[in-house]
Design a protein around this ligand. Structure first.
Ligand SMILES: [Zn+2]
Ligand SMILES: [Zn+2]
Length: 279
């Protein structure tokens, strides 16, 4: 069987990436990739946009998402083969967005203490509505001088990716909403968590109990050693091995779009079908 090449972790400008979903697909096709999954932070709008265009023959778009959930203090859970029309998933995302808008108001209020912002309305209508797009607009308008403005970082706290929110749903909620929509929940980039050895095994044991089906072993932030230990854990716990570049733009040259491939995509599909039958 021919090996399939692709990327299971890609962000579009509907969260904090730089490219439109269709541009990501065009780039993938020109690179000779067989599939990608658009896994934007807490939104499926990029996937919906990508699906509006005819896809290329034999090229596959895997419907994905990357949820931020509360857990010591927060972790990222990837969801693959989700049903983007699922009512519960959409309810969940709508609530997240509401919380984002609430936090957006708070953010603007703090911003106004230092900078003059008269066109408040304009910023609340940014499409796609995300933290990074808001920052980009503020830079373009000359409100702040650059994206790494110290004050912005200070008042935005630890969350500097995609959604503007201090609120995150629970881990169980996040995993459930992916599974209920027929999707495969996967622990994203475990190397970025502060868990070491036994703590990580404990976390994986717990996650598996609540429905986790995979672990992102291949990620640009992982060392070779980390990668090997995650592969071992995945095998031991009977979890899918996934990988992706976490591609956002071309700024970080060490991250190559499509730098990982994954043959288990076909098993993935079988598993998703099985989940769909169960729920
Ligand atoms: Zn992430
Ligand atoms: Zn990501």
């Amino acid at each position: 069987m021919k090996s399939l090449f692709g990327d299971l972790h890609v962000h579009s400008c509907f969260s904090d990436g730089n490219y439109l979903p269709i541009q990501l697909i065009e780039k993938a096709v020109s690179k000779g990739l067989d599939f990608i999954s658009i896994t934007d932070h807490d939104t499926v709008d990029g996937v919906i946009e990508a699906k509006k265009r005819d896809t290329y023959r034999s090229f596959r778009l895997i419907e994905g998402i990357e949820l931020t959930v509360s857990f010591n203090p927060k972790i990222h859970i990837l969801g693959y083969n989700i049903n983007i029309e699922d009512i519960f998933l959409n309810d969940y995302l709508r609530l997240n967005k509401l919380m984002s808008i609430r936090d957006f108001m708070k953010f603007i209020k703090l911003l106004r203490k230092k900078y003059e912002i008269n066109e408040f309305e304009k910023y609340s209508k940014i499409i796609p509505f995300s933290f990074s797009n808001l920052i980009k607009s503020l830079v373009i308008d000359g409100v702040i001088s650059d994206e790494h403005d110290y004050y912005i970082r200070e008042i935005s706290g630890v969350n500097y990716n995609g959604a503007i929110s201090e609120y995150y749903p629970s881990l169980t909620n996040g995993v459930n909403v992916i599974r209920n929509s027929g999707g495969i929940p996967v622990l994203a980039h475990p190397g970025q968590l502060s868990y070491k050895n036994n703590d990580l095994l404990e976390l994986v044991t717990y996650l598996k109990k609540i429905g986790l089906r995979g672990i992102e072993c291949y990620h640009p932030s992982h060392t070779k050693l980390q990668c090997e230990s995650y592969l071992k854990i995945a095998k031991e716990y009977d979890l899918f091995i996934t990988g992706g570049s976490d591609y956002h733009d071309d700024i970080d040259v060490s991250i190559d779009y499509g730098m990982f491939y994954n043959d288990s995509i076909l098993d993935f599909e079988k598993e998703a079908m099985r989940l769909k039958v169960i729920y």
